[in-house]
Design a protein around this ligand. Structure first.
Ligand code: PFF
Length: 460
């Protein structure tokens, strides 16, 4: 049974919402994944395709999530019920809530590594891949860092939308931006940085391929935090007269800007230090640790960089927890504090196998007997498997189902009324029908195609 909360909290201002939602969007995905995806896929050409995917598919879908949330003033399950009553569609909301919690369970593990690296001396004699392997295999480091990071996330979410989430976004996002500028400045002023900039910024259209479009779309999607219901939840705290096109537009612009800047930070540094650009989450801790270890002022810049990474991960973990907490607060009689502590506890238990899967417990470190070596690369551990199942498959599936729900069940026209309050000027005469087409056809069909191609490619 739902307990309507008459005075549901709202963001105090548009800026508060934009910073919190941009905080969700800007995360580990922007700072490491985006630059290397771009680098591996023809630099500037990838960036252009990424921008097209963002504009044509992801941003229209972002408006749909925000509209659904604001219409129902509820968590994803409640927002769907507000439209359709009790129906099997509520399960889609349930999928979103579960996906958020599952992603949090391993995202916070990686975030804990970043926190650990803030305090490490990167200029040691030990090779950084050996040091990283030793660090992540040590449960006495990894588990407390993971637990502490989750506990801090609980602390913010427990204080509520304005006093917790919005307040911390207003402190941390400007900090993140300043740190990004500082590290980027150091990177582009290194001797030899030009080669990295050229590699990143020169579009190489000969590299354009179908798979690259798939990569660009997937990246745009993960980066905007879509498919997890975070934007439904954050939309539910928006006032009725807020223009979703403008508010959502800012979020997309911030996210893109920071992803592009992350490329400007990473490539010059990697090239100037004679490293090869490579791909994968653990490489932040290996390649960049080497880069910082060898660069003048490296220890200091390295500390700043890992602080930046930890902050970015923190502002993305908050909404992941908030989705489940808003569900508990809306649908039970629990207080926000109890809900946040319980949700954090569940995420901790769920995340322990991932935390212990990097060498601490051998049985969790290599699941190739279960999933083979094709889909997730050689010797996939629990963390890789959970990331793939929830971070890739469930997230995309949730988004397809939500877009079908908004476009066909709720109805694109109804939803459009919510997107442009007062039937106003938020979208011109052409934009409305275009949005309708995007949400009903282009988005679900393309995303589903991407999911199938991706799975086939991985398996074959
Ligand atoms: N957008 C985050 C990133 O780029 O790292 C990841 C993410 C956060 C995905 C929150 C989904 C989410 F709900």
């Amino acid at each position: 049974m739902a307990f309507p909360s008459p005075e549901r909290e709202q963001w105090s201002s548009r800026l508060g919402f934009v910073l919190a939602a941009a905080g969700s969007a800007v995360g580990l995905g922007n700072i490491w994944r985006f630059p290397f995806k771009a680098g591996d896929n023809g630099g500037g050409a990838f960036v252009l395709i990424y921008l097209a995917c963002l504009l044509l598919l992801c941003v229209p879908y972002l408006f749909a999530e925000l509209a659904l949330g604001r219409n129902g003033k509820r968590n994803p399950v409640g927002a769907i019920r507000a439209v359709r009553g009790r129906s099997p569609w509520s399960l889609v909301g349930g999928l979103c809530v579960a996906t958020g919690l599952a992603i949090l369970s391993y995202y916070a593990v990686v975030a804990g590594w970043a926190v650990g690296y803030v305090f490490r001396d990167l200029a040691t004699a030990e090779a950084s891949d050996v040091a990283f392997a030793r660090f992540t295999a040590d449960p006495l480091w990894v588990v407390p860092l993971f637990g502490g990071f989750l506990f801090a996330t609980v602390g913010v979410v427990a204080r509520g939308v304005r006093q917790g989430i919005e307040r911390w976004a207003k402190i941390l996002m400007p900090m993140l931006f300043v740190l990004l500028c500082l590290v980027t400045f150091r990177a582009v002023t290194l001797p030899g940085a030009g080669a990295g900039l050229a590699f990143y910024l020169t579009p190489d259209f000969s590299e354009v391929s179908g798979l690259m479009v798939v990569e660009a779309l997937g990246q745009a999607f993960f980066s905007l935090s879509l498919g997890v219901g975070t934007m439904v939840t954050y939309g539910s705290y928006l006032p009725d007269d807020e223009n979703l096109v403008v508010a959502g537009g800012y979020v997309a612009v911030f996210d893109t800007l920071i992803a592009l800047m992350a490329g400007l930070m990473i490539f010059p540094a990697v090239f100037a230090m004679g490293q090869d650009p490579a791909e994968g989450p653990s490489l932040v801790f290996v390649v960049l640790a080497d880069v910082f270890g060898a660069m003048p002022l490296g220890s200091f810049v390295g500390t700043l960089f890992f602080l930046l990474l930890a902050i970015a991960a923190f502002t993305s973990s908050i909404p992941l927890l908030e989705v489940f907490v808003s569900y508990l607060v809306d649908e039970t009689t629990w207080s926000r504090r109890t809900a946040a502590l319980s949700a954090g506890g569940v995420a901790f238990v769920l995340g322990l196998p991932s935390a212990l899967s990097q060498g601490a417990v051998p049985a969790l470190s290599d699941l190739s007997w279960l999933v083979g070596n094709q889909i997730l690369g050689p010797s996939p551990g629990v963390l890789d498997l959970v990331d793939f199942l929830w971070g890739s498959v469930a997230l995309v599936l949730g988004a397809v189902l939500l877009s079908v729900f908004v476009g066909w069940v709720w109805g694109a026209d109804e939803a459009l009324e919510e997107v442009r309050p007062g039937n106003g000027h938020a979208m011109g005469r052409w934009a409305g029908p275009l949005w309708r087409a995007a949400i009903r056809y282009a988005f679900p069909v393309t995303i589903l195609a991407v999911l199938v191609v991706d799975l086939l490619y991985d398996v074959l």
